[in-house]
Design a protein around this ligand. Structure first.
Ligand SMILES: Cc1cc2nc3c(=O)[nH]c(=O)nc-3n(C[C@H](O)[C@H](O)[C@H](O)COP(=O)(O)OP(=O)(O)OC[C@H]3O[C@@H](n4cnc5c(N)ncnc54)[C@H](O)[C@@H]3O)c2cc1C
Length: 378
């Protein structure tokens, strides 16, 4: 991939940079509800300016942006320290999945409200006994009078308490091999048969939830990609998730590294040989991450769908972010233990990086088997 910007790409960057300077929404206000509405408004603003769903085709309300423009967008958002849009699961996963596997009616129904953040999406994949081994999931969907009745439990469902729609994978045929008996549904969260219970993270935030379904109803037209084809659709979702995480995180971690250098200067340890060595190592790793993220984008540009290459940046990013925030806490000493220290928050939140969106061990298996072509364990 050619990493120099063409005149039109430079023009796009300059336009976006100027727009962000004028329209930056500022920090989230205190309180979960107020912060949520603030981010929703921010996404609407992005949408009106043509900056939501950047990669989505124009016919579906996106911008049809090239991979390079998307990378520029990520860079400029991070450089401006602009918050991410609220409907991130819909933008990064739900929308691309519907565009790729959905019918015309489904595209017509669901895509635009994702872009405008009128309808928030969540992802109901993981269960108490099925995370990495997702295909073993037990939530059942049974067809009855032309609709599906879903019973089971999901867990760690980010934004379930805000969501209108859930990307739900359920078992529709228990008598075939586990990967073949799954179906991908879009479930309406606004029904009594769906109960959402918040879970608090180590950061104290109730970002994710448990989800209980007792004969929740899903009309047949909300099946995406066909009955029994849920595994293939789920894989598209996960590859989009990792590609999205990889590209955006490569930028955010570079900004965090600048902040870490600033912190080392402020605290008078910038010349400490051990701190210098650790920051030097992180600088190398951040650059490698950037190049690998571009490699993932090249794959996406060539084939239209993200490939297993997206797993590598996601794994690298989680390790870098954890090492980087740990070093910040070391530099801060006892001040790093204060609840209201932003670095303490980032340190604690980073614990989840090597679990969310696929654990590091699973990503290493994917890279070994599907990128490097090493022999399979099983
Ligand atoms: C912040 C956060 C947000 C999340 N949001 C969502 C969401 O919105 N929707 C959703 O569906 N899920 C979500 N998850 C769940 C996440 O996808 C799972 O936690 C993850 O897939 C791991 O599953 P598990 O927790 O069941 O761990 P397990 O799969 O039980 O794994 C436990 C340990 O065993 C290791 N392991 C398992 N299998 C293997 C293997 N074959 N080879 C080597 N090691 C292995 C794992 O790496 C891990 O260290 C979220 C998680 C977090 C932390």
């Amino acid at each position: 991939m050619d990493l120099t910007l063409s005149p039109s790409e430079q023009e796009f960057r300059d336009e976006l940079r100027a727009w962000l300077e004028e329209n930056h929404p500022g920090e989230d206000p205190p309180g979960d509800d107020a912060a949520f509405e603030h981010r929703r408004e921010w996404q609407r603003k992005l949408f009106e300016a043509g900056f939501a769903g950047l990669a989505w085709p124009k016919e579906f309300g996106g911008r049809g942006a090239t991979m390079v423009e998307q990378a520029i967008f990520g860079e400029e958002m991070a450089r401006a320290k602009a918050p991410s849009p609220i409907n991130v699961l819909g933008l990064v996963m739900g929308g691309p999945v519907v565009i790729h596997h959905g019918s015309e009616e489904q595209k017509e129904r669901w895509l635009r409200p994702i872009l405008t953040a009128d309808e928030i999406w969540c992802q109901g994949f993981s269960e108490p006994e099925s995370g990495s081994d997702l295909a073993s999931l037990k939530t059942r969907a049974v067809k009855s009078n032309g609709e599906w009745l879903v019973t089971g439990q999901k867990v760690w469902t980010t934004y379930a308490h805000r969501a209108k729609w859930c990307m739900l994978v359920a078992r529709t045929d228990p008598d075939v091999p586990k990967h073949k008996g799954l179906t991908y549904f879009i479930m309406d969260m606004e029904q009594d048969a769906v109960q959402v219970r918040p879970l608090h993270q180590i950061t104290r935030e109730p970002e994710f939830n448990e989800l209980f379904m007792e004969e929740a109803r899903i009309p047949d037209e909300n099946v995406v990609g066909g009955v029994g084809n849920g595994w293939a659709v789920a894989i598209t979702t996960l590859m989009n998730e990792r590609a999205g995480l990889g590209a955006a995180s490569a930028v955010s971690v570079r900004i965090a590294l600048d902040e870490l250098r600033e912190l080392a200067r402020e605290r008078g340890v910038a010349d400490d040989p051990l701190v210098r060595q650790k920051i030097g190592q992180l600088t190398i790793e951040v650059e490698i991450l950037r190049l690998n993220a571009w490699r993932g984008l090249t794959q996406l540009a060539k084939h239209g769908v993200p490939g297993p290459e997206g797993s590598l940046p996601k794994w690298q990013w989680s390790e870098i972010n954890q090492a980087l925030t740990e070093l910040a806490i070391d530099i801060l000493g006892e001040d790093g233990a204060a609840w209201d220290s932003p670095w303490a928050y980032r340190f604690l939140r980073a614990r989840a990086n090597s679990i969310e969106g696929g654990t590091t061990e699973i990503l290493k298996n994917i890279v070994a088997e599907r990128v490097l072509g090493l022999p399979k364990l099983r």
